[in-house]
Design a protein around this ligand. Structure first.
Ligand code: PRP
Length: 210
């Protein structure tokens, strides 16, 4: 059995559609249920539905052999797993954004609101900028509007949330998309099936007819 951790939600649905196309279908997945484990014994596949930020945890500890996760979560987790493939969907970017009228005063400590603590710290370390991180869990855009922070480090997809809240992009830190990841031991011991999965995904993503 190959154990696959999929993130609950849109990204997980897209990933499952891809796996279904390459022969790792599992009809149970299409049922509207509260189940978290779905398997197709014939195809030798078992899917776990997990919270997106927990995908690297399941894969790191080998509870799942492979997983699908956004590059943002992967970077933030710092998990020692193999990143096998850029799946190309779930595209967005991690940006620094601030109020439209914001001007940086480099003599002061910059207050940065974010849920991406590592990504934000690494970025500001790389440019030697003194910051104070304010950890939030959501609605990050509210921080500069209310005066809680000077800037935010957050996901930008369409840009609508920024626009509707009078915020602007100051800097694009990194482009993001979904990645196929593997547990390091699983990659060794289940190499044939994991390589097959990777190759089939690559072919399916390249084939515009699929
Ligand atoms: C994400 C992100 C931004 C928004 C960006 O939030 O944190 O707020 O999407 O998307 P856009 O550029 O298309 O407007 P999410 O909806 O995940 O909710 P959150 O505020 O709880 O993080």
């Amino acid at each position: 059995m190959l154990n696959v951790a999929l993130p609950k939600g849109r990204l997980g649905n897209k990933a499952y559609k891809l796996f279904e196309k390459i022969g790792f279908d599992c009809n149970e997945m299409l049922d509207d249920s509260r189940k978290l484990v779905f398997e197709n014994k014939e195809k030798g596949i078992r899917y776990f539905l997990v919270k997106p930020s927990d995908v690297p945890v399941y894969v790191l500890h080998g509870a799942a052999d492979v997983g699908v996760v956004g590059k943002d979560i992967l970077l933030e987790s710092n998990a020692s797993v193999y990143e096998l493939l850029d799946l190309g969907f779930g595209k967005c970017k991690i940006c620094v954004a601030a109020h439209k009228d914001f001007h940086d005063n480099t003599n002061t400590t910059l207050r940065v609101a974010t849920k991406f603590l590592n990504i934000a710290s690494n970025y500001y370390n790389s440019i030697n900028r003194n910051i104070e991180i304010i950890k939030l869990n959501g609605s990050i855009e509210l921080a500069p509007i209310t005066g809680l922070s000077d800037v935010i480090v957050d996901i930008v997809e369409t840009g609508n949330t920024l626009m509707e809240n009078n915020l602007k992009i100051i800097h694009e830190i990194i482009p993001i998309s979904a990645r196929l990841i593997a547990n390091k031991s699983s990659f060794q011991f289940k190499n044939d099936i994991i390589e097959k999965l990777k190759k089939s995904c690559e072919e399916a993503l390249n084939d515009k007819n699929i």
